[in-house]
Design a protein around this ligand. Structure first.
Ligand code: AP5
Length: 194
């Protein structure tokens, strides 16, 4: 089993790269942001709870997010690999993922940071705001709050995996194809070492 964390600030290209990987490999893609948006569109209690945090650009509380993620992993026991997109985003989420991987007798093989500067991020997200249908894409101050939350709460997760020798950094301002080629090379190394 090959398990990859696609990591990076909002708008860094996690979803874009996850889709390219799913097209190429037989991996399960788990995006906690997409899961919350699905809940929102079905107007479930979980969606209602997540809405106020998401619309303001804040993180949904860990307990809720971790329980949702666990459930999704449990629903897919026979996958050949998982791409985690947007999870873990805090130290407690990273610890919970570690426990979950251990329970499943597997491990995270790599975390790839898509490195993109804040001005590019704001430009990209405002550029897609009209078509994304996402309330958190519409206002620059909300986008900047999302970025600040990444810096304050999420970026320390990189160090957790770096200490384990699993963290890699890719220039996320390259073209999507060039970013994908770098990610493929990292996955290729990991699969060879398996
Ligand atoms: P989430 O849905 O995870 O959003 P995000 O991290 O803000 O990231 P985005 O989906 O906006 O961007 P992306 O990195 O996937 O980039 P994309 O490929 O779309 O989270 C939303 C909210 O949900 C959070 O704020 C939080 O409230 C909540 N949440 C989710 N997970 C949580 C968790 N674990 N804990 C707590 N709360 C959680 O690309 C962006 C744009 O750039 C696109 O238009 C794309 O076409 C373009 N693009 C992509 N790559 C390139 C490139 N290389 N060059 C040029 N353009 C590019």
């Amino acid at each position: 089993m090959y398990n990859l964390i696609l990591f990076g600030p909002p708008g860094s290209g996690k979803g874009t790269q996850a889709q390219l990987l799913v097209d190429k490999h037989d991996f399960l893609h788990i995006s906690t942001g997409d899961m919350f948006r699905e809940e929102l569109s079905r107007n479930t209690p979980l969606g209602q709870e997540a809405r106020s945090y998401m619309d303001a650009g804040h993180l949904v509380p860990d307990e809720v997010t971790i329980a949702m993620l666990r459930k999704r992993v449990d629903q897919h026991p026979d996958v050949t690999g998982i791409i985690f997109d947007g999870f873990p985003r805090t130290d407690p989420q990273a610890a919970a993922l570690n426990d979950l991987m251990r329970e499943k007798d597997t491990q995270i093989n790599a975390l790839i940071l898509l490195d993109v500067d804040v001005d590019t991020i704001v430009q990209r997200i405002l550029g897609r705001a009209a078509t994304s249908g996402r309330a958190d894409d519409l206002k620059e101050d909300v986008i900047r709050t999302r970025y600040r939350n990444f810096v304050n709460y999420t970026s320390p997760v990189y160090d957790f995996y770096d200490e384990l020798g699993l963290a890699r950094r890719v220039d996320g301002t390259l073209t999507p194809e060039a970013v994908a080629a770098e990610i493929d090379a990292i996955i290729g190394e990991g699969l060879q070492n398996d």
